[in-house]
Design a protein around this ligand. Structure first.
Ligand code: A2P
Length: 275
């Protein structure tokens, strides 16, 4: 079976570069979707307390029969659980719902600057990460300013920042900050929630090389160094999205996709979202 290439995070923990996202997937749908994903070779599942499907994720992981250490599981703490005591309780509640012994990666889901609690909450995550229930800690939806503040005021840089990133929102400046700080880039809504699949540049590359638009976009993410977590509940698409290791985009095609950025943000702007 094909497997995803691996990236080594700044704390030495290894993460499969191509993972499976389950945002907007119910507990009931998560179970067969993850079963299919694991069957075709995905070994990295991305959930969050907010998604209300951690029970389904845990059940699918346990039911797979695949050894726990072969599957990388990320979850996220929602801003209403920020603050020292609330963060510990929030993490423990996620772990209980998942019921999979430990979490590979816990992220602060949003900086929620209006709450002004992400630095304090990060210090709590630093303490939790010393424990055998949590292997790595990171952030999500952080702008460069939030990352710089976190790095200046705490001891441990986040291993990664998971942000909205797709061909029409390429986040070039933020990716430069990540390189400078040694933070890996992870892309959510990597297909632009399917909007970017119909872009004429993408469809023409796909037609020319005999691949689908989704495969072209996922390949672009991998070739520019992103960790990428496409979401699908459709079995044929789950399989199609993992079938991206038998071809490469040319430098010219990667550059053409890099040029599609139009600042097309589909989710909230993290500067003004407090959860
Ligand atoms: P579905 O789950 O019904 O298969 P993103 O990961 O950027 O958020 O995009 C997810 C959206 O893209 C979902 O609506 C999903 O639909 C759709 N999608 C995922 N993979 C493919 C694919 N290979 N072809 C077409 N649409 C896809």
């Amino acid at each position: 079976m094909t497997s995803s290439p691996i990236s080594t995070l700044s704390n030495g923990v290894q993460i499969p570069k191509l993972g499976f996202g389950v945002w907007r997937v119910s507990n009931d749908d998560a179970i067969p979707s993850i079963a299919k994903a694991l069957e075709v070779g995905y070994r990295h599942i991305d959930t969050a307390a907010l998604y209300r499907n951690e029970e389904g994720v845990g059940e699918a992981v346990r039911a797979s029969g695949i050894p726990r250490e072969e599957i990388f599981v990320t979850t996220k703490l929602w801003p209403t659980d920020y603050g020292t005591d609330a963060a510990v309780a929030g993490f423990e509640a996620s772990l209980k719902r998942l019921d999979i012994e430990y979490v590979d990666l816990l992220l602060l889901h949003w900086p929620a600057p209006g709450r002004d609690l992400y630095v304090e909450t990060w210090r709590t995550l630093e303490r939790l990460a010393g424990d055998d229930r949590l292997r790595a800690i990171g952030v999500s939806n952080f702008h460069s300013s939030h990352l710089h503040r976190l790095v200046a005021e705490t001891d441990t840089p986040p291993v990664l920042n998971q942000v909205e990133l797709h061909p029409t929102l390429t986040q070039a400046e933020l990716r430069a900050t990540h390189r400078e700080l040694g933070v890996a880039t992870e892309a959510w809504s990597p297909l632009g929630q399917s909007e970017d699949l119909g872009d004429p540049t993408i469809t023409s590359i796909a037609e020319r090389i005999g691949r689908t638009p989704a495969q072209v976009i996922i390949r672009w993410h991998l070739q520019i160094g992103n960790i990428v977590i496409p979401k699908s509940t459709t079995p044929s698409r789950i399989e199609e999205n993992f079938d991206v290791f038998g071809f490469e985009l040319s430098d010219a095609d990667v550059a053409a996709i890099d040029g599609l950025d139009s600042g097309n943000r589909l989710g909230p702007d993290p500067a003004h979202f407090d959860g």
